[in-house]
Design a protein around this ligand. Structure first.
Ligand code: DC
Length: 208
C-alpha cells in the first residue's frame, strides 16, 4: 500500500507520518530530507547525483550524499531555507522524484512532503493533506526546537516558506484532487494520528 501525506512546513507531517507508518508497517520516507540533503550537498560542494536512499529492511531507509550518511545535520533552519530555494529547480525535483519512485516500487510506503500526492506517487491508495494556521504551526515549531527566536519571528519564517512553496511554478504545494484534507489547527497530534489511521483502515476494509 502507498500512502502520501502532504502539507506546509511545521504542520506535523513527520511526527504524524512516522507514527502512522509504524502502526501499519509502512516504510516511512520524508521527501523533504532529500531536498535538505541536496542543500547540504550544494553547500559542501558534494556531487548531488550521489544522493541515495538505501533500504535497511523494515526500518526507515538511510539517506546519504557524497558517501556520507546524513540525518541530524539536515535539521537546521539554514538547510531548510536553502532546500526550499533549491526545490524550485527542475533538475533537483526530477532527481528527488526519481529516487522516491524507484524506492517506493512495489514496497508498502508512507511518503510525506509537499507534492507527493500531486506529482510523485499519483496512484497512491490514500492521500492526506494536512493543514493548520501559520500561527499554530509557529507555536508547534517553537515547542519542538530549542531556539531564542520569538514566536513572531518563527511565524514570519513559516509564512515566507509557505509563500515560496505555494507560488513556485513547478509542483507548487497544493492538495491533490483526491486527497483528504485535515485541518489540524485545533487537534492534538494523537487526534491527527487517529484520524489518518481511521482513513487508512477504512480504505483497507473497502479493498477487502
Ligand atoms: O519538509 P521539509 O521542511 O523538510 O522540506 C524542506 C523543503 O523542501 C521545503 O521547504 C520545500 C522542499 N520540498 C519540496 O519542494 N517538495 C517536497 N515533496 C518536500 C520538500
Amino acid at each position: 500500500m502507498q500512502v502520501t501525506i502532504d502539507g506546509p512546513a511545521g504542520v506535523g507531517k513527520t511526527s504524524v507520518g512516522r507514527k502512522v507508518a509504524r502502526r501499519f508497517s509502512l516504510l516511512f520516507i520524508q521527501s523533504g530530507q532529500l531536498y535538505r540533503a541536496l542543500a547540504y550537498g550544494r553547500i559542501n560542494d558534494l556531487d548531488l547525483e550521489s544522493l541515495s536512499l538505501r533500504s535497511r529492511g523494515k526500518t526507515e531507509p538511510e539517506l546519504s550524499i557524497g558517501g556520507e550518511k546524513v540525518r541530524e545535520e539536515l535539521t537546521t533552519e539554514v538547510i531548510g531555507e536553502k532546500a526550499s530555494k533549491l526545490a524550485k529547480e527542475e533538475g533537483i525535483r526530477n532527481l528527488v522524484n526519481e529516487i522516491i519512485v524507484d524506492f517506493a516500487g512495489d514496497r508498502d510506503v508512507l511518503v510525506e512532503g509537499r507534492d507527493i500526492g500531486t506529482e510523485v506517487l499519483t496512484e497512491a491508495e490514500v492521500k492526506i493533506y494536512l493543514t493548520a494556521s501559520a500561527e499554530e504551526r509557529a507555536r508547534r515549531r517553537k515547542k519542538q526546537m530549542k531556539t531564542d527566536r520569538t514566536l513572531e519571528e518563527i511565524e514570519a519564517g513559516i509564512k515566507k516558506r509557505d509563500n515560496r512553496d505555494q507560488t513556485r511554478k513547478l509542483a507548487p504545494l497544493e492538495p491533490a484532487e483526491d486527497a483528504i484534507i485535515i485541518d489540524t489547527t485545533s487537534l492534538s497530534e494523537r487526534e491527527v494520528v487517529e484520524r489518518v489511521s481511521g482513513i487508512i483502515t477504512d480504505h483497507e476494509i473497502r479493498e477487502k
